[in-house]
Design a protein around this ligand. Sequence first.
Ligand SMILES: Cc1ncc(COP(=O)(O)O)c(C=O)c1O
Length: 367
Amino acid sequence: MSGNEMKYIQEAFDGNWIAPLGPNVDGFEKDLENYLGQESHVAVVSTGTAALHLALAMLGVEKDDFVICQSLTFAASANPIIYLGGIPVFVDSEKDTWNLCPIAVEDAIKVCIEKGKKPKAIITVCLYGMPYKVEEIKAISEKYDIPIIEDSAEALGSTYKGQKCGTFGDISVLSFNGNKIITTSGGGALVLKEEIYKQKAVFLSTQAKDDAPHYQHSIVGYNYRLSNVCAGIGRGQMEVIDQRVAERRANHEFYKNIFKNQEGVELFTEPSEDYQSNHWLNAIIINPEKTGNKDREFWRLAFAEENIETRPLWKPMHLQPLFDNKMYFGANIAETLFNNGLCLPSGSNLTDDDKERINKVIKNLLG
Ligand SMILES: Cc1ncc(COP(=O)(O)O)c(C=O)c1O
């Protein structure tokens, strides 16, 4: 927290706006729109997962519809496809950004079309804050006329060619979960291209009430709007977003220095100057053959021994028991990244002492 959040929360209490609407909801949406630019229209909701669910519903995903989804991601990218009865079609990553592989995406689309159904959407992720290959994926989306849902849950503050992540998809999604770069304790947003789409998202997230004096409903609605109290937290957080991004990027510089010229350990970093990640999480790929047989699990346990939490990368969705037998396109890049990848401590509030402790463990591991 920045300290400013309480001011907005107090305003919510003083004005008795303890509801999923009110000045903080409107204000937080405006703050996000101004921050993202690109004439974005933002609808805030209770979680990023809810935002993905609504995005899919808005694109008309129904039972047995195919939806392309990046495999190397958190389950929340894919679960909402199942909520709607859709069929996830998982796709591998490419090596530069660890996000959707354009070649495998096109293969997947062709097979879906052969099966008689063009996918309804492409869910592309900005993994750990890293922008995806925006132009390549957009070209495919346009070629086949399939909309993109950009899952930028982890990427608020990242940019591609100077444009903010969260503005590239036909619909983009943000998360303000407690672990994200800014938080509302729980929260999310849809970023839309036009005001009428925002109104549609708000309509769906507030139980889809028709315009009538009584309660009338013609389609299924959801209770997904963000609370005015939580939106107050978001307003305070937006005052420090630039600072938070700078802190995360400073963490990345810290790791860059440690792993510079280091055989056997590769730090996940931007492939070119076009990409600027918020470095929500820093991750490394360990090559045990070059680190004296110290594999990812060896590293994780060495950190754990010093009471430092690290975690394997997201386990790809096509390898999850939940998604057994689902379609998958690509090779084994996501799987190899998972087998050898470790996320390192990356909080905005890492102290010099924390960094010293982390450095010590790494230096020991590297001999
Ligand atoms: C890639 C990705 N997508 C979606 C989500 C879901 O967001 P939320 O936790 O706000 O529902 C998260 C994080 O939790 C995420 O990391």
